[in-house]
Write a protein that binds this ligand. Structure first.
Ligand SMILES: Nc1ncnc2c1ncn2[C@@H]1O[C@H](COP(=O)(O)OP(=O)(O)OP(=O)(O)O)[C@@H](O)[C@H]1O
Length: 242
């Protein structure tokens, strides 16, 4: 029997005026897996996340999360249902401390009481190597630490599904390896992950499957090695003619 799905997208389409950004994209995400998303700039990857998180409405198609249709739910409701995400450009509350940023995510996003949130936030800070920055104002963090905080905020909402939008860019080799190890730990705790990433070796180190978008259409999906050896993917994404 097929495993139940955590997320299912059927025929998702989105346009901005005359610009068709996603066209009839369908895919499935099973509980516990890591699905990587590849595609050239402007392929519609972040727009897809915006449809899942509820930041944008799809024009056509539908989404099901944990067996429930996602229709008009606002982003905060989807977060409370278990959909956590990061943004490409980190958006912390700059005037609050790192720890306070996590508390906001845990209480408002995760729907926990402030008291229940403390232990979770402390654990997330440790995981994300931010314990020594707990009381630092988020606005004064370095870019790397802001990226860590972006991931930490998503984790503090205690997601079932974590959407990661290009979090490995600009990291050193060592930092990239630490990030991959962290993502594996998150996965091993049972969090399902969909990860948009241009840093291919980081994605390949973790992804169970990969889906490739080009001009808003799905052009490949499958096991990572099969996908990156697909002639269409080589041509479109890596600029290699087969
Ligand atoms: N709110 C918007 N209004 C108008 N056009 C938009 C909007 N958001 C995205 N677009 C356009 O939609 C297209 C897809 O953008 P999107 O950010 O989803 O691509 P992407 O695959 O995530 O790209 P990248 O890898 O560069 O992040 C681009 O042409 C972008 O300019």
């Amino acid at each position: 029997m097929d495993q139940p799905l955590l997320l299912q997208a059927r025929g998702l389409s989105k346009s901005f005026g005359a610009l068709r950004v996603l066209h009839e994209v369908s895919f499935k995400v099973r509980p516990g897996e890591v699905l990587g998303i590849l595609g050239p700039n402007g392929a519609g990857k972040t727009t897809l996340f915006n449809l899942i998180s509820g930041d944008l409405r799809n024009d056509q198609g539908n989404l099901t999360f944990a067996g429930r249709a996602l229709r008009g739910e606002r982003p905060y409701r989807r977060c409370q249902m278990g959909i956590g995400r990061t943004y490409q450009i980190p958006r912390p509350y700059g005037g609050m401390s790192t720890f306070e940023n996590l508390l906001v995510a845990a209480t408002f996003g995760g729907g926990r009481s402030e008291r229940d949130s403390y232990a979770l936030c402390a654990a997330v800070l440790r995981d994300c190597d931010l314990s020594d920055k707990a009381n630092v104002t988020a606005g004064s963090l370095t870019l790397l630490d802001r990226k860590r905080l972006e991931l930490a905020r998503a984790l503090a909402s205690d997601p079932k599904l974590l959407l990661l939008d290009e979090i490995a860019g600009g990291l050193t080799n060592e930092e990239g390896q630490a990030l991959v190890a962290l993502i594996r730990r998150i996965r091993d705790r049972g969090v399902t992950i969909v990860w948009i990433e241009h840093v291919l070796h980081a994605l390949l180190a973790v992804a169970d499957r990969i889906m490739v978008l080009n001009f808003g259409e799905k052009i490949a999906e499958g096991f990572p090695q099969d996908v990156i050896n697909d002639p269409d993917v080589k041509r479109v994404y890596m600029g290699i003619e087969a």
